[in-house]
Design a protein around this ligand. Structure first.
Ligand code: ZN
Length: 79
């Protein structure tokens, strides 16, 4: 018999326990909350990277518009 990782009570098999491997939906919710808290903390640490990479994405967009302008200039000089 498996043990609930939250309260260490006996957890019934998946066939009769929709909350398996937890003993009850309540313990499954507690475990989910623990994971969400962990992910939130990790996401906070990673927030620095995306914010520093965001300006680079804007630079790429500017490069696209400036290069298309150059193409227009080339077309004019060809004439
Ligand atoms: Zn439990």
């Amino acid at each position: 018999m498996a043990r609930c990782p939250i309260c260490t009570a006996d957890a019934k098999t998946r066939a009769t326990n929709g909350a398996f491997p937890f003993c009850s939906p309540r313990c499954r919710t507690i475990d989910l909350g623990k994971w969400l808290n962990e992910e939130y903390r990790v996401a906070e640490n990673h927030t620095d990277d995306p914010s520093s990479a965001a300006p680079a994405t804007n630079d790429d967009a500017e490069d696209d518009s400036s290069s298309s302008q150059q193409q227009l200039c080339h077309t004019k000089s060809d004439d």
